[in-house]
Design a binder for this molecule. Structure first.
Ligand code: DGY
Length: 324
């Protein structure tokens, strides 16, 4: 008999067919307590789950005694209690490689959009304000040759460094848990401590996962160390930045602008002061959101679940110790 799995995200037809050729699939909308309660029998039998953006914690796991693998359609896995999964020998699979270039594109887009005020001036054009030759109140600041600081030199940080170095002749600073030889050799990236990076960068780009260590890593103290002409870009996870402190820095003018794809609360509440600020570009967490990349992520997640439940995992496992 085929193993049972719960699918809590819509998949393209061909990927659903692939999943169904291996498993008995129960499709649900989410993993909310109500859904779990209403489908208790399916959760009790499930050996795998596949989806994204839902919390998987101790409480949830009490309803899934047969679970052997969880496959998330994302690179980030901060919504999973990895320790709880590992203690139950449940493999956690994610999609790290397929979205790298697309998320790096998003970060570079935020750098350009904030520096050149692309969203703000486009809105002014739509509002009919472009009535003659534009003056300095429409001008932005240059991106090329400015210093780009990257927090977190993982795959995405590296892809951003490549774009900035070759495309925009930007000197690269980076801070990470360890030196990254490839970034230094290929893109002349210079490793430095956080304070130096904050003080010297024209753009501070966050490409970090959310962990206990990175939670509010950028707060009032760190923002105060940045140049008042600097721009903060966050496409990692919202809670890496203390959003209240960021709002204050933007309101006080101690920070020039911010380009944000992620927020402490998502969707961003409609009454957030960030939405009132012309110097903030706020995106709805679109880092990887292209048709091609979202398809590739879903395909990767399907393959990951098949590999995990057939004992053939070669890559993409967050807690490989459970496989042995
Ligand atoms: C991820 O995969 O974690 C991204 O945030 C999705 O865009």
């Amino acid at each position: 008999m085929k193993p049972s799995v719960i699918l809590y995200k819509k998949l393209p037809d061909d990927l659903l067919a692939r999943l169904e050729s291996h498993f008995n699939v129960t499709q649900l909308n989410d993993l909310s307590p109500q859904t779990v309660k209403q489908n208790a029998a399916a959760f009790a039998e499930a050996e795998g789950i596949l989806g994204s953006s839902e919390k998987v914690d101790e409480t949830f796991l009490t309803h899934t005694p047969k679970l052997r693998a969880a496959s998330t359609v994302s690179v980030g896995y901060d919504n999973f209690d990895v320790a709880a999964l590992t203690a139950r020998r449940i493999a956690l699979m994610h999609t790290p490689s397929v979205l790298t270039e697309t998320v790096a594109d998003t970060m570079m887009m935020l750098v350009l959009a904030t520096a050149r005020r692309a969203v703000e001036v486009a809105e002014r054009v739509k509002a009919g304000e472009w009535q003659g030759s534009i003056g300095p109140d429409w001008f932005g600041i240059d991106v090329h040759h400015k210093t780009l600081g990257i927090l977190g030199m993982g795959r995405i940080g590296l892809a951003l460094a490549q774009r900035a170095h070759f495309g925009f002749s930007m000197p690269i600073l980076y801070n990470a848990r360890r030196h990254h030889q490839e970034a230094e050799d290929r893109f002349d990236a210079r490793y430095c401590d956080l304070d130096t990076l904050l003080a010297e960068s024209d753009f501070v780009c966050i490409s970090l996962p959310l962990t206990e260590e990175t939670h509010h890593m950028i707060g009032a103290e760190q923002l105060a160390k940045m140049k008042s002409s600097a721009i903060l870009i966050n496409a990692g996870r919202g809670p890496v930045v203390d959003e209240k402190a960021l709002i204050q820095a933007l309101q006080n003018g101690t920070l020039h602008a911010a380009g944000l794809d992620v927020f402490e609360q998502e969707p961003l509440p409609v009454n957030s002061p960030l939405l009132e600020m012309p110097n903030v570009v706020a995106l709805p967490h679109i880092g990887s959101a292209t048709h091609e990349t979202r398809y590739n992520m879903a395909a990767c997640a399907v393959d990951n679940l098949i590999a995990a439940l057939t004992g053939e995992v070669k890559e993409n496992c967050v807690n490989p110790q459970v496989l042995s």
